[in-house]
Ligand binder design. Structure first.
Ligand code: HBI
Ligand code: FE
Length: 283
């Protein structure tokens, strides 16, 4: 399987990673025994950096699930995490060489199989990396797969993605993924919290997402979100806030066809743009 350019957000990236040995569904072996001591140490440093940031800023379900990763001292075996994850929500993580074509990605999500990249960033990429690597996927995405309602949403998203392909609507689903799974915020009794993996695995965006006055924070509004463009190479300029994972799951339950038609008939909204009459949510 050769590495073909993959759409990631609004960019097309020729992914890093060894695709020569992956299966037809793009899954491969983790080869945990091949990670070096330096890579385990780098992973542990990334983990420690985020653990100094996420308590009090990540949503409760994320913080509660982190111990299931057993990742504080280095890179965990995916099989060990699956032994705890599968009984909880029916999800399992599968190893992939890196970014995979959208159809393969959606297919895995629809089967409750989350693709986790096997390669880890280089030390010089400690602070920033564009492509999802092992740390982003494992630390950012896997904890919330232990949360039943979010786990249901992720499978529904995969099923929706398979349907969207026939309707040439992947760009809209990519925006939904971006503004929820990657960069979503959620209301809690203790205040605004983060559930987006792209924020939770980032050294700088945790603070930015909750506090910077430069960013827009809007109530989750699906028609508005589906028109909203975004950037993959800077902190986000707009965030959407949900009230609960139930709200997210229910909002995405109906047939999206009319929503796609509505989005296609209206102009796109630039990242960070303010529409007349729109007000930011109180943070
Ligand atoms: N592949 N491994 C992997 N991980 C992703 O997050 C991913 C992908 N392929 C496509 C993709 N994300 C985005 O285009 C989603 O919006 C579909
Ligand atoms: Fe991601």
């Amino acid at each position: 399987m050769s590495s073909v350019p993959v759409t990631y957000g609004e960019a097309s990236i020729t992914p890093r990673g060894d695709y020569a040995h992956c299966r037809a569904d793009y899954t491969c072996a983790q080869h945990w025994e091949r990670y070096t001591a330096d890579q385990h140490a780098l992973f542990a440093r990334l983990y420690a950096r985020q653990m100094a940031l996420v308590p009090g800023r990540a949503c409760e379900a994320f913080v509660r699930a982190l111990p299931h990763l057993q990742a504080h001292s280095g890179i965990p075996r995916f099989a060990d995490i699956n032994a705890r994850l599968k009984p909880k929500t029916g999800w399992e993580i599968v190893a992939v060489p890196g970014l995979i074509p959208e159809s393969a990605f959606f297919t895995l999500l629809s089967q409750r199989r989350f693709p986790v990249t096997v390669w880890l960033r280089r030390p010089e990429e400690f602070d920033y990396i564009v492509e999802p690597d092992l740390f982003h996927d494992l630390f950012g995405h896997v904890p919330l797969l232990f949360e039943p309602r979010f786990a249901d949403y992720m499978q529904a998203f995969g099923q929706g993605g398979l349907k969207a392909q026939g309707q040439h609507a992947l760009q809209y689903l990519a925006r939904l993924y971006w503004y929820t799974v990657e960069f979503g915020l959620i209301r809690s009794d203790q205040g605004l919290r983060i559930y987006g993996a792209g924020i939770l695995s980032s050294g700088g965006e945790v603070e930015h997402s909750l506090h910077t006055p430069q960013a827009r924070r809007l109530r989750f509004n699906l028609p508005r979100l589906l028109r909203s463009r975004y950037r993959i190479d800077t902190f986000q300029a707009t965030y959407f806030i949900i009230d609960s994972f139930e709200q997210l799951f229910e909002a995405t339950a109906p047939d999206f066809t009319p929503l796609y038609a509505q989005a296609a008939a209206q102009t796109e909204i630039e990242a960070g743009a303010v529409l007349p009459g729109e007000v930011d949510e109180a943070v």
